[in-house]
Every structure is written in structure tokens, then in C-alpha cells.
Design a protein around this ligand. Structure first.
Ligand SMILES: C[S@@+](CC[C@H](N)C(=O)[O-])C[C@H]1O[C@@H](n2cnc3c(N)ncnc32)[C@H](O)[C@@H]1O
Length: 230
């Protein structure tokens, strides 16, 4: 099983329905903060089920939800069929978007599942599709020194505040014996430190800076903003 296969199913990562709803509400709120203008064209790359994407769509002109998993796209299409501001895309469809047409591309909690070649392909795509003043946000990037225990403690803190602590404790135990744990051991998760990330962005023709905050609930991970170099 690859990471792509893993995400094309119901996963144990969301420990309960409440967790999933609160997770996507938080992500949508954070992405909405980054939308530069009410008419912006935004691509959420590796968006997952994006349950609250309508909140992002309400802040921009056009929202492209793009995910590699067919099951995820099917659910997005069913959920947002009535929303004319939202389009659902496979990654290969994103390549057909007009060049220099996007104001913002967000990939939250995605690049840890990509090989370096796949990351570079995403950066090439971004360089091509972003307008001159547009931004790519790579978020929830895992630095090399962050352990699964730090992730677990960030989840428990989110669960405590969100009222799903019991489910989180059961969920963590379930995850520990799941395909996720097995794949994490076998395939690993891509981890980058700040300097490495900025270097990789630079090689792709993007200027990069680390933001002071991270999208989502885990402050020990990192968010980068990248812009096309002239
Ligand atoms: C951890 S989930 C993150 C979902 C969402 N961005 C969030 O913040 O909750 C990772 C998502 O990335 C998608 N993904 C993985 N590899 C991808 C690729 N090469 N192209 C597009 N999406 C990909 C998976 O299908 C999955 O939905």
C-alpha cells in the first residue's frame, strides 16, 4: 500500500466525526485568513474531504479543490455540487488550469506524503500557475526533530479543547496498530528543516519564508509562504 492508497479510504486519523468536523473547520478558517482578495482564485492541493470548504469559497472568487484520491473527489463532488464557486479537480486536471491564473495555492499536511520528485512537481506546477504576486502556502511541514509523541500530544490538546478527548485516546490506540503506523514505519514521512525547505523552494524559482504560525492544531509543525521569483 502507498500513501496515495492509504488516503483513498476511510482512515483512522480522524478519531471521531466531531474530530473531523472540528479539524476541517479549523483548516478552513486558517486558509480563509490567507485569501488575499474577494475575487481571488484559490487552489487547495491535497484538500482531503474539506468539509468546511464553503467557508473558504465565501471569501474568494473561485475555489479549486484538488485531491489525488478518487474516493475523496467523489465525496467533494457530492458535498459541493450546488456551489458554483467550487470546482473539484484531480491533480492532472490542475495542470490544465491557465498559467498565471491563481492567487493562492495551499497544500496543508500534504508534502509529508510526497517523494522529493513529487514535491518538486508541485513546486513546478505552482510556479507556472501562480500569478506574479500570488503565493504558495506549504503547511503542516514536519521538521526532522518532531516525533510521533509530539503529534499525539498536539492531538490530545486539540481534543481536550474540542470535547473529544475520550475518542482521541481510543483513536490514538487504534492508530498505533493501523496501516498508518505500518506505512509510517515502512515508507516514512518526508521531513524538512527550515533551511532545506527554503533551498528547495529557491531551486524551483520560488522565494520562501517561514510564517510565525502553522495552519491547523499542531504548532510544532511549520508553514511556509513561497512566491514566484521574477
Ligand atoms: C493528511 S491529508 C490532508 C487533507 C487536508 N489538506 C487537511 O489539511 O486536512 C493528505 C491529503 O493529500 C492527498 N494527496 C496525497 N498525495 C497527493 C498528490 N500527489 N496529489 C494530490 N493530493 C495528494 C491525499 O489524498 C489526502 O487527501
Amino acid at each position: 500500500m502507498s500513501w496515495r492508497d492509504f488516503w483513498n479510504q476511510d482512515t483512522p486519523i480522524y478519531v471521531s466525526g466531531r474530530h473531523k468536523v472540528l479539524h476541517y473547520a479549523r483548516i478552513a478558517g486558517d486558509i480563509a485568513r490567507l485569501v488575499p482578495s474577494p475575487d481571488a482564485a484559490v487552489l487547495d492541493f491535497g484538500c482531503g474531504e474539506a468539509l468546511s470548504a464553503d467557508r473558504v469559497a465565501a471569501r474568494c472568487g473561485r475555489l479549486y479543490l484538488c485531491d489525488a484520491a478518487p474516493l475523496v473527489r467523489e465525496r467533494l463532488l457530492a458535498r459541493f455540487a450546488g456551489d458554483a464557486r467550487i470546482a473539484v479537480l484531480a491533480p492532472e486536471d490542475a495542470e490544465s488550469l491557465p498559467d498565471e491564473s491563481l492567487d493562492l495555492i495551499v497544500a496543508n499536511s500534504v508534502i509529508q506524503y510526497l517523494s522529493l520528485d513529487e514535491l518538486r512537481a508541485l513546486l513546478r506546477l505552482s510556479r507556472l500557475k501562480l500569478k506574479g504576486g500570488g503565493s504558495l502556502i506549504l503547511a503542516d511541514v514536519i521538521p526532522p526533530d518532531v516525533s510521533p509523541l509530539t503529534d499525539a500530544s498536539a492531538l490530545l490538546s486539540f481534543a481536550w479543547k474540542g470535547g473529544f478527548l475520550g475518542a482521541a485516546l481510543v483513536g490514538l490506540a487504534r492508530t498505533a496498530v493501523s496501516d498508518y503506523r505500518r506505512l509510517r514505519d515502512e515508507l516514512g514521512l518526508a521531513q524538512y528543516d527550515e533551511a532545506e525547505m527554503i533551498e528547495i523552494l529557491g531551486e524551483a524559482g520560488l522565494s520562501g519564508e517561514r510564517l510565525a504560525w502553522n495552519i491547523g492544531h499542531n504548532p510544532s509543525r511549520m508553514t511556509f509562504r513561497a512566491r514566484p521569483l521574477p
